[in-house]
Ligand binder design. Structure first.
Ligand SMILES: CCCCCCCCCCCCC/C=C/[C@@H](O)[C@H](COP(=O)(O)O)NC(=O)CCCCCCCCCCCCCCC
Ligand SMILES: Nc1ncnc2c1ncn2[C@@H]1O[C@H](COP(=O)(O)OP(=O)(O)O)[C@@H](O)[C@H]1O
Ligand SMILES: [Ca+2]
Length: 510
């Protein structure tokens, strides 16, 4: 048993007296008035303390330390709701305490630092950072150096920064170079840059484990290094869907405190050879065409997707194809159950328990439901076929392609949109921008799946372009991000309890 760290004393903040308590998982301070009555308490989970410094420390506009021997400064995570997104913004909170003696000051700093180590064991010491200087609005370098680097420095994290000079440089570095001593890899860029990191890390891990990525039947080895994403791209869907907001400071703070969010990854094979890994959108038909079209208009920046989306929509194409899928166990969850995967999600926790039965903190052992399942086959003309391992929410679509998909449940959602009239398809697209259910349309189907092969003859305006046959397999929790899933401000829970008391993890969609 670890010994319980507890420390309680009177401290001063300016000319006000406080009672500060460090006990178990929390550090809190309460103002005490002249008549010894308690006023408001601020309570911070120890895991969310960013750093503890001797003296009176400022970090903005520049780090400065006034070294007094009775003071200490605590930096911690402070939340505020973000206007437009569903998640919460994190900011750096700071409080400067004065102690009656130096001995007490040293006791506080020592106890707080020990508590930090115990309660957040995944905090990184050393990070490998890749910046794509051309992602999104081309602000990657500025975002990193002005907003993120000062926070890493404050937290005592050392980082090795590489500004990429070409596409795939980050991937190749991760595949070949020495990664000893690094606790995680940080990606400053968009989903394309994240994908490079993903390919590099998964590839490297399989190389070292002697596993073949080309074999779709092999259970791949999970990556030991965590991935942090500092959003600086165009869609930033992986960041949005795992943190809930697109905000470099929030993401930097998740990295610093060593949050951990496992993520499902889909491997896409052609004639069994690995083509790519995917976590957000694997799309044929409409989304495939939008992506291909948008590459021609990169100079437009993030706007290229709206432009290309409109052009492709106006071209009004549909595609003949055959899609087969292996359904996931419908008793565990369904893509239309109107729940959302939020921080602490119970569906994902049960999957962790099933995939890694010995490493989990959960004591009740849920037996693995070996759902044999049977392949289902559909054939016809589709507007689009999409497979996503997570909700794929992004600022354009705050609930995402599949609002009830889970980040780490080992399944993906297959969305089939049958050929329909142009206005019907527009309605389907438009519903992504609101809370209206895009699956509640007669020409749309959604299935929670484990594997998908698609034998599709891609048909463009009646002409056959090429023939592709692919096989997809979802690998549960193959990588881990420095994130914790979406924390929601105020929401209605399945269990009827308030946010912080909910035991279920999932929330009903508002
Ligand atoms: C009518 C309004 C329709 C809005 C439809 C919004 C659907 C949005 C779904 C977004 C899913 C995003 C999945 C993430 C994909 C990213 O991995 C990937 C790479 O991101 P990166 O550039 O940051 O590296 N991004 C993408 O593939 C972008 C897909 C974006 C699709 C946008 C489609 C816009 C469609 C506009 C149609 C307008 C029709 C107007 C008719 C008059
Ligand atoms: N230095 C570079 N020059 C050109 N392309 C790069 C460079 N670094 C990374 N890339 C590539 O740029 C693509 C887009 O990057 P990303 O950061 O996702 O931005 P966006 O979200 O705007 O697409 C990625 O596929 C990545 O491989
Ligand atoms: Ca999933």
């Amino acid at each position: 048993m670890e010994t319980e760290l507890r420390l309680e004393s009177s401290l001063w903040v300016g000319n006000k007296r406080y009672r500060a308590v460090l006990s178990g998982w929390h550090f809190n301070w309460t103002e005490v008035d002249k008549k010894n009555r308690d006023k408001k308490t601020i309570s911070v989970p120890v895991a969310e303390v960013v750093g503890v410094e001797e003296g009176r420390v400022e970090i903005l506009p520049r780090k400065s330390v006034e070294d007094t021997d009775k003071d200490f400064t605590v930096f911690y995570v402070k939340r505020s709701s973000s206007g437009s997104s569903y998640g919460l913004l994190w900011r750096l909170g700071r409080i400067q305490f004065s102690c009656p003696s130096r001995v007490l000051r040293d006791q506080w700093t020592k106890h707080l630092r020990t508590a930090l180590k115990t309660h957040s064991p995944l905090r990184p010491n050393r990070l490998l950072v890749f910046i794509n200087p051309f992602g999104g609005k081309k602000k990657g370098r500025k975002i990193y150096h002005s907003l993120v680097a000062p926070l890493f420095e404050l937290a005592g994290i050392s980082s090795h920064v590489i500004v990429t000079e070409r596409a795939n440089q980050a991937r190749d570095h991760l595949l070949k170079k020495d990664l000893k001593g690094f606790d995680g890899v940080v990606c400053v860029g968009g989903d394309g840059m994240f994908s490079e990191i993903l390919h590099g890390l998964i590839g490297r891990t399989q190389q070292e484990a002697g596993l073949s990525e080309n074999d779709p039947t092999v259970a791949l080895q999970p990556c030991p290094l965590h991935i942090g994403i500092i959003p600086a791209g165009s869609t930033d869907c992986v960041c949005y869907a795992t943190v809930g907001v697109i905000d470099p400071v929030t993401s930097a703070l998740h990295i610093i405190i060593g949050d951990s969010q496992p993520l499902d990854v889909c491997s896409v094979h052609q004639a069994s050879a690995l083509m790519r890994y995917s976590v957000s959108l694997l799309g044929y038909g409409f989304y495939g065409d939008v992506l291909a079209e948008s590459e021609k208009h990169r100079w437009m920046g993030p706007l290229r997707y709206d432009y290309s989306g409109t052009m492709v929509y106006l071209s009004n194409r549909s595609y003949a194809g055959i899609v087969q899928y292996l359904p996931a166990d419908p008793l565990l969850s369904s893509p239309r159950d109107r729940t959302r995967c939020l921080s602490g999600c119970s569906v994902c926790s049960r999957t962790t328990e099933r995939l890694f039965p010995h490493s989990s903190v959960y004591t009740s052992c849920l037996s693995f439901c070996a759902f044999p399942g049977e392949w289902v086959s559909v054939e016809g003309r589709f507007r689009c076929v999409s497979l996503t391992c997570m909700s794929s929410s992004c600022p354009k679509s705050p609930l995402g392609l599949s609002p009830s998909a889970h980040l780490a449940d080992g399944t993906g959602d297959l969305i089939l949109v049958w050929d329909t009239h142009p206005l019907g398809f527009l309605k389907f697209l438009y519903r992504h921008t609101s809370t209206q259910d895009q699956f509640d349309l007669p020409f749309v189907e959604v299935h929670r799946v484990k594997r998908v092969p698609a034998k599709s003859v891609w048909n463009c305006d009646g002409e056959i372009l090429s023939s592709t046959e692919i096989l997809c397999r979802i690998h549960g929790q193959l990588v881990r991000l420095y994130a914790r899933g979406i924390e929601e401000g105020a929401a209605v829970h399945n269990c009827g309890k308030e946010n912080d008391k909910c035991q279920m993890g999932c929330t009903l969609i508002k």
